[in-house]
Design a protein around this ligand. Sequence first.
Ligand SMILES: NC(=O)c1ccc[n+]([C@@H]2O[C@H](COP(=O)([O-])OP(=O)(O)OC[C@H]3O[C@@H](n4cnc5c(N)ncnc54)[C@H](OP(=O)(O)O)[C@@H]3O)[C@@H](O)[C@H]2O)c1
Length: 329
Amino acid sequence: MTLPATMRAVEITEAGGPDVLRTTERPVPQPGAGEILIRLAYAGVNRPDALQRAGLYAPPSWASDLPGLEGAGEVVAIGPDVSGIAVGDQVCALLPGGGYADYVVTPAAHALPVPEGLSLKEAACLPETFFTVWSNAFMRGGLVSGERFLVHGGSSGIGTTAIQLAAVFGARVFATAGSPEKCAACAALGAERAINYREEDFVEVLRGEGGANLILDMVGGDYLPKNVKALADEGRLVQIAFLKGPKVELNFAQVMMRRLTITGSTLRPQSDLAKARIAEDLRQKVWPLIAAGRVRPVMDSEFPLEDAAAAHARMESSAHVGKIVLKVA
Ligand SMILES: NC(=O)c1ccc[n+]([C@@H]2O[C@H](COP(=O)([O-])OP(=O)(O)OC[C@H]3O[C@@H](n4cnc5c(N)ncnc54)[C@H](OP(=O)(O)O)[C@@H]3O)[C@@H](O)[C@H]2O)c1
């Protein structure tokens, strides 16, 4: 197959609002050892893309400066030392960056097959949230069947994934969200109790149930001491973002007296090997559940690649429920 020398890409011209995103032309990247080149059909949009655009989340030095952490399409070239994947395969993949483009390079070990029954559009929306939720709630947070699990931002891309995965693995799921409509969406996905945080105190709700065994939080700020109160003895808090800021005063006596664990992680800076391990776990334990129709990406809206700015504006309005996707081809 003859590949073009250049491709369309959306770049961040300077730190700022959605209008700093501009369609441009870039060289088609070449796959190195262990890597594949994917011709993208769709690319998922994630909040970290908007943070990168705003100048608040710099890409690692080794990654593309182009935004885009996930996508789905066809493998069109493979580098040396790649096995188990071939030109012509349809895949969805976690990307080190560069997903807002016609072509992208990523480690072969970070690609997974498009699950049976899913379109490329749906598959493009799986990697970033499934890698993040699986590695934080299950591998790091140790969530098991029967536990009380609270996820904040229940209607977000991360939240809609976390609710479904926790429910399908037998946890009792509680979710917070900012409107009755978003709460209804959380309940429909498997939350036994959706809490409108503008009207109700999630601490009271969880304390009334005996406390949360695990909390997955993206809000931070004043939620940190509230989360500590909402945890059951021996409970775990896994922090994956700080929408309300990372600095807060916290009385750690509670952590000691009630034997709590506070931890967290970000996906992007982790090693290729760590991400490959998450991919393998997902392939074995989660992909069959998607193929069986028990877990699905929740789709909000689609924008053409050239309208990435409108996609970012929708995400930052927080009007969406689930995933926003860019149509690339
Ligand atoms: N650690 C990692 O590796 C990792 C990976 C991916 C994503 N993330 C983080 O996870 C979060 C969700 O990502 P996403 O792509 O799923 O984004 P998203 O769909 O835009 O979700 C963000 C959600 O947070 C809620 N929210 C926004 N500001 C809030 C505030 N001040 N207080 C309470 N809730 C607020 C909004 O829902 P309401 O309308 O209900 O408030 C919104 O739906 C982001 O912060 C992202 O940076 C972390």
